[in-house]
Ligand binder design. Structure first.
Ligand code: OSB
Ligand code: MG
Length: 365
């Protein structure tokens, strides 16, 4: 396959409700989309980098610059998803940028071959249970109403975002009100190891896991924290590769892993993270970054691999957006369906995409 040209598009898709985490508030998904054109097929990628470097060091306009200036020139001539990954390895870091371009290359390759993301990656199910990530709210009453609404829709697991000042109390109140539902929390690195005694109060609530309590680089801190609380620790930000996953497991820093292809440099590496965890008996689940239908289609395909034994942040389109850029993903008995068509198995709505596009450029390879 030869890439003839690539479109980089910046979009802004309003969220149905603001999403607040310990690192900031999003009102819209402001993301970079990558469209790879080849003679056989077109492929789409979605970059998960946020507009600011607050979840990770990458950010949307930086990722667009890296894609156009450093990654794309490496993809001249004959290329497929594997050779693209190998060639892009010459650029250090910038995993979200690599993942977006790699996803578009893989989509084009699979659309040309008539194979779905799910079958290519090794999916063993045709639908996956959906969890939902619930942002930090201004009151407990608002939180309880929100969780109530999601449970009524059929979501199979609730994840509460926490930060200092919004942690033990909201968890206690959700437990008290909704009983024995599958419940977990995500701190997005908002604590320090010195908060261990405070965090250990979460042990009283039978949570599935606590996600990324400490900073990205602090693997030893997470290992020490794991000794001081009974709630399983699950790393998100720290797991930037299959090697990082192996290290974190060996250190005792994580006993569950959140897999995000953008964070680890692409779908091929995400599958390796899955494989490493599976070999160690460590359960994994599919993280999310408020993806549009494009990124969501691929995430849901990955979530259908056998090691994904916990519900992911693979919610339905309407949890995020009034209108999605593809056909919407819908909740069916608490599950979302793995797309079966070629490539991502979804079709971007070009008219709607144009409406929400804030910048675009065509690049020659
Ligand atoms: O830490 O999992 C996270 C969204 C943006 C950035 C980081 C995270 C999240 C979420 C939302 O928790 C997950 C979703 O897409 O529903
Ligand atoms: Mg997280």
């Amino acid at each position: 396959m030869k890439i003839s040209r690539v479109e980089l598009r910046r979009i802004a898709l309003p969220l149905v409700t603001p999403f607040r985490t310990s690192f900031g508030t999003s009102l819209a998904r402001d993301a970079v989309l990558v469209r790879v054109v080849t003679p056989e097929a077109e492929g789409w990628g979605e970059c998960v980098a946020m507009p600011e470097p607050s979840y990770s060091s990458e950010y949307a306009s930086g990722a667009a610059e890296v894609i156009g200036r450093f990654l794309l020139p490496l993809l001249s001539g004959e290329v497929d998803a594997h050779t693209a990954e190998q060639r892009m390895a010459r650029v250090r870091g910038h995993r979200m940028a690599k993942a977006a371009l790699g996803m578009a290359v893989l989509d084009a390759q699979l659309r040309a071959a008539g194979m779905s993301f799910g079958s290519y990656l090794g999916a063993t199910r045709d639908r996956v249970p959906a969890g939902v990530s619930v942002g930090i709210m201004t009151s407990i009453a608002e939180l309880l109403d929100t969780v109530d609404g999601y449970l009524a829709q059929g979501y199979q697991r609730i994840k509460l975002k926490i930060e200092p000042g919004w942690d033990i109390q909201p968890v206690a109140r959700v437990r008290e009100r909704f009983g024995d539902i599958p419940l977990q929390v995500d701190a997005n690195a908002a604590y320090e190891l010195a908060d261990a005694r405070h965090l250990a109060q979460l042990d009283a609530f039978g949570l599935l896991l606590v996600e990324q309590p400490l900073p990205e680089e602090d693997l030893r801190g997470h290992a020490a924290l794991a000794q001081r609380m009974t709630t399983p620790i699950c790393l998100d930000e720290s797991i930037v590769s299959a090697r990082a996953a192996a290290d974190a497991i060996a250190l005792g820093a994580t006993s569950v892993v959140n897999v995000k292809p953008g964070r680890v440099g692409g779908y091929l590496e995400a599958r390796r993270v899955h494989d490493v965890c599976q070999a160690h008996g460590v359960p994994v689940w599919a993280g999310g970054m408020l993806e549009t239908g494009i990124g969501r289609a691929a995430n849901i395909a990955l979530a259908a691999l056998p090691g994904f034994t916990l519900p992911g942040d693979t919610s339905a389109s309407d949890r995020y957006y009034e209108r999605d850029v593809t056909q919407p993903f819908e909740l069916d008995e608490g599950h979302v369906t793995v797309p079966a068509g070629p490539g991502l198995g979804v079709t971007p709505d070009m008219d709607f995409l144009d409406e929400i596009t804030t910048a675009r450029e065509w690049l020659e390879v």
